[in-house]
Design a binder for this molecule. Structure first.
Ligand code: ZN
Ligand code: FE
Length: 257
């Protein structure tokens, strides 16, 4: 089984969520099923049995479909240690591995609190499932954490191999590019990414995955120690330092629209 090809299929849910489906042989593992309906349709269309579910955080648009999928398929479920995650999920944290033995898959768990206080990411097989922490050309809102925590999360993810494919929870890339260009109008990697994304979206394709290397080159929230980003933050808030303070200023700037 492990030698069978691993395919990744995006399942669109709600207006802009993705449920990522990993397919190997006749088995599937999915990430963040906010809605069971499109997942059931995809499993049926592809003829797959659901072996496992990975959950990055407790928000309804990421876990809303879990109960029905658990009832129908009884998959192994992994999620963060948080009372807001269904009780049958295996709790995992930093340094743990989510092992999907029957699919020959295993993921290192990274704790990346900030969007929520217990948010985790799953890294393995050249991929990271980053939920609502790292988006392509953006980061999640700070609902339960601080700029310092989001900066630490960005640093942890930026330390993964540059070729790591980034699978995040939402199709926000085009609007994120519009904002990022306000921060760094001269960033060529960002301009290139925006034109690629517009082209992909005009054909109805996902803008994902990106790579950690792409994000380091073009995502302002991963560039909070780059002079151009720090200077843009200082124009809004004189005297702010590189790193977490800069991240806090640009996050606030983006929140205000
Ligand atoms: Zn969320
Ligand atoms: Fe979300």
């Amino acid at each position: 089984m492990p030698e069978a090809e691993l395919k990744i299929v995006p399942i669109a849910a709600f207006s802009d969520n993705y449920v990522w489906l990993m397919q190997r042989g006749s088995l599937a593992a999915i990430v963040d099923p906010g809605d069971h309906v499109p997942v059931l349709a995809a499993l049926k269309r592809l003829g797959l049995d659901l072996a496992a579910i990975l959950l990055t955080h407790h928000h309804a648009d990421h876990i809303g479909g879990v109960a029905e999928l658990k009832r129908r398929y009884d998959p192994l479920v992994f999620g963060p240690d948080d009372a807001r995650i269904p009780e049958y999920a295996v709790r995992v944290g930093e340094g743990d591995r989510a092992r999907l033995d029957n699919m020959g898959l295993s993921f290192d768990v990274l704790e990346v609190p900030a969007h929520t206080r217990s948010h985790i990411a799953f890294f393995g097989h050249g991929m990271v499932f980053s939920g609502d922490t790292l988006f392509s050309i953006g980061c999640g809102k700070l609902f339960e954490g601080t700029p310092g925590q989001m900066q630490a999360a960005m640093d942890k993810l930026a330390a993964l191999p540059a070729t790591t494919k980034v699978y995040c929870g939402h199709e926000y890339t085009a609007s994120n590019c519009v904002f990022a260009l306000k921060v760094e109008p001269q960033n060529d990697a960002l301009k290139k990414r925006y034109s690629e994304v517009r082209e992909l979206r005009s054909r109805g394709k996902a803008s994902l995955p990106s790579t950690i290397g792409d994000e380091i080159a073009a995502n302002p929230f991963m560039r909070t120690r780059c002079e151009s980003v720090v200077r843009a933050a200082q124009k809004r808030s004189p005297g702010v330092q590189a790193g977490a303070e800069t991240l806090g200023v640009i996050r606030h700037w983006k929140d205000q629209g």
